[in-house]
Design a binder for this molecule. Structure first.
Ligand SMILES: Nc1nc2c(ncn2[C@@H]2O[C@H](COP(=O)(O)OP(=O)(O)O[C@H]3O[C@H](CO)[C@@H](O)[C@H](O)[C@@H]3O)[C@@H](O)[C@H]2O)c(=O)[nH]1
Length: 409
């Protein structure tokens, strides 16, 4: 369906994904309304300014904690579609600020639904849920046994192992206050659908990245530092847990997915959004080094004698029954043949004569970690979705962004 002349309200329009969504829909001819917090300095939010789209947006002052402001925004925008993307989205901040996270993500979502109900309008609402809702997902019996020994109990117990690629029906085991807040929003969507017929649909997007991604997220942490290392501004890379696996998509694939869900998704339903592949934080760094002109011949741990030759060699074999492109070291990590721990202190990546230190910072390891995310995207693909960007496309997009010295942090 065409977006021309449709009225669309985006919460979180000044965020990373929200601003890409706005740009896409402006180009498609939609009327875009964006909910934004009042700023004393009146400045245009950075993500909007970078994309030069401020003239295509009607900004509505308000926030999710203020239901009367939300009601006024609905009166003005008369939206036929709402993309609800606004959130406190940084997992570590949710551990230090759990109440703020719940207020914004859970209560804020309830306020939006309640404002829609009271205004008696009938938009389709697409809620940005998250793959973090799945949380502790079991990729092997051994990982399950380790988790059981650590926590004493697992709830809900898995129906079968491996649970990857993750389907929408997988049990939810959120591992952070952020993830819990998204589970709450996810259930609220269906609760309003069942109770009031609200046309609410949940997108559970797996990680999505690209140029302009917030500097605190790991793909930016990696590419920003690689760009600085290549420029000679730093002499090492600092990172947390490199064993974590994520299903990374380019943000534009996710934006197309959001629009498809709004158009063709079923109210009351839930759709994964991802690329049906999984890549480690370690490989994201190594591939970033390669794409910045530093091909990695070998990696070795600083302590504990672990080493891998040609770690980024391509492998397209099936893991968990799914063939996908991965690196040699990722295959080893996924098969349990190697694992890096904080007490390894770090990794030296050898590129020709260069020895590039990748140092582990214990402060960056999370109190509770989500070890692996890998989407089963069968359901959204049935609506017509396909993912078009590779992991290296995403890396190049991010490296290009950080080539501009002014954008580095
Ligand atoms: N941020 C960060 N993460 C690091 C670092 N070192 C290792 N990591 C690991 O990198 C992984 C990804 O971290 P983030 O990029 O912060 O993303 P996230 O926690 O997976 O959450 C993001 O994706 C979700 C979708 O699944 C989103 O819902 C969420 O808002 C966020 O965008 C985690 O396992 C984290 O422990 C580091 O220095 N910084």
């Amino acid at each position: 369906m065409s977006w021309k002349d449709r009225s669309v309200l985006i919460t979180g329009i000044s965020g990373f994904a929200g601003s890409y969504l706005a740009r896409y829909l402006i180009d498609e001819g939609a009327h875009i309304y964006g909910l934004v917090r009042r700023r004393a300095d009146g400045a245009i939010p950075q993500n909007i300014a970078w994309k030069k789209i401020e003239n295509g947006i009607t900004f509505l002052e308000g926030n999710l904690e203020d239901i009367s402001g939300l009601a006024t925004a609905l009166d003005t925008a008369q939206p036929d579609t709402i993309f609800h993307l606004a959130a406190q989205s940084f997992v570590p901040r949710s551990f230090s600020h759990p109440i703020e996270t719940a207020q914004m993500n859970s209560i804020g979502t309830n306020n939006l639904l309640e404002a829609v109900r009271r205004k008696d309008c009938d938009p389709t609402i697409v809620f940005a849920g998250s793959s973090e809702e799945y949380g502790l997902v079991f990729s092997s019996e051994e990982q399950y046994e380790r988790a059981k020994a650590k926590y004493g109990t697992i709830y809900p117990e898995p129906v079968s192992i491996p649970e990857v690629p993750i389907r929408e029906t997988n049990p939810l085991r959120p591992m952070s206050p952020y993830a819990v807040s998204k589970v709450c929003g996810d259930h609220l969507m269906r609760n309003y659908f069942y109770t009031y017929g609200t046309k609410a649909i949940v997108s559970r997007a797996f990680n999505h990245e690209g140029a302009g991604r917030g500097s605190m997220f790991v793909t930016s942490v990696a590419t920003n530092q690689v760009a600085k290392y290549a420029a000679g501004d730093i002499d090492h890379i600092t990172i947390g847990n490199v064993n974590a696996f994520r299903d990374w998509s380019h943000v534009m694939d996710t934006i197309h997915g959001y629009c498809l869900i709004a158009d063709a998704g079923h109210p009351g339903d839930v759709y994964n959004q991802g690329s049906m592949r999984t890549t480690s934080v370690l490989s994201y760094i190594l591939l970033s080094l390669e794409n910045a002109g530093m091909p990695v011949d070998r990696i070795e741990s600083i302590k504990n004698d672990k080493a891998v030759e040609a770690p980024t060699e391509k492998d397209t074999s099936a893991v968990f029954g799914v063939p996908f492109e991965k690196t040699k070291v990722d295959r080893m990590l996924l098969e349990g043949a190697i694992e890096f721990a904080a007490n390894d202190q770090g990794i030296i990546a050898r590129s020709g004569d260069k020895k590039i230190p990748i140092l582990f910072d214990p402060e960056r390891f999370r109190p509770a970690e989500v070890p692996i995310l890998f989407a089963d995207t069968t359901k959204i693909r049935r609506l017509g979705f396909s993912s078009t960007y590779s992991v290296e496309d995403i890396i190049r997009d991010q490296l290009n962004f950080y080539m501009d010295e002014k954008k580095r942090v």
